[in-house]
Ligand binder design. Structure first.
Ligand SMILES: Cc1ncc(COP(=O)(O)O)c(C=O)c1O
Length: 218
């Protein structure tokens, strides 16, 4: 979908394995800082005017590594800019199903009326990373091109693991599995917080201040 020299926007900081993928494709990478509400759409507009951005790659819900959620007003503005300037958005969303605080956060894809968002997600964080199964939602023409590219790269994913994943997603057990996973993650978060408070009380204050600064969490 892109060619060497095309300009793409990434969050800064972002998932560390994204960078080499974009670099090896010869793309020009423009990092946008993430504050407690995600990236600022007006920064994106400024970059687009200077560099003609060809793609925006975002992890809007529980962003890795900051944990931030892109603010609803920013999500709306990014979609507006994407439509106005014809810039596709890739929404990387491996984490929204892991929410344990009960938040209902709309994905960009669910708010997109113009077909500008390609949504990608994965079983890695909710079932097993070893399955190497993910999915994409987007316009048929784009999916056809991507399927063709994947076929040329690896001849397609093994069907056995896809059968297993399909049965699991269809099974009655799946909703209970997600509920259990959320409970485990919440317990782990609480254990981490209390261990930091107990064993690193001085550093804990600094970590807390950093978290408040970056993510707005106490
Ligand atoms: C934001 C983000 N995107 C993608 C991935 C990779 O997921 P997968 O195992 O499906 O390749 C991760 C893994 O940590 C991630 O945090």
């Amino acid at each position: 979908m892109l060619k060497p020299g095309d300009a793409v926007v990434l969050e800064d900081p972002s998932y560390s394995y994204n960078l080499p993928i974009f670099q090896s494709a010869g793309l020009r990478i423009f990092p946008l800082p993430v504050d407690k509400d995600g990236i600022n759409p007006e920064d994106l507009l400024g970059l687009h005017k200077k560099h003609r951005i060809r793609m925006i790659f975002l992890n809007p819900i529980f962003q890795n590594p900051t944990g931030t959620v892109l603010h609803i007003n920013r999500r709306k503005r990014i979609l507006e800019l994407s439509s106005e300037y014809g810039i596709p958005v890739i929404e990387d969303d491996p984490y929204s199903l892991t929410s344990f605080a009960g938040e209902e956060i709309s994905t960009l894809k669910s708010m997109d009326n113009n077909g500008n968002v390609l949504y990608i997600s994965s079983l890695s964080k909710i079932v097993a990373s070893g399955l190497r199964i993910g999915w994409i939602i987007g316009p048929k023409s784009v999916i056809d091109r991507l399927s063709d590219a994947k076929q040329q790269v690896d001849f397609g994913h093994g069907s056995f693991t896809q059968w297993i994943a399909n049965d699991f997603l269809d099974s009655e057990y799946f909703p209970a599995h997600i509920a259990g996973l959320r409970g485990h993650l919440e317990k782990r978060r609480d254990a981490m917080v209390s261990s930091l408070q107990q064993f690193l009380p001085k550093k804990w204050i600094i970590i807390r201040q950093m978290a408040e600064f970056i993510c707005g969490v106490g």
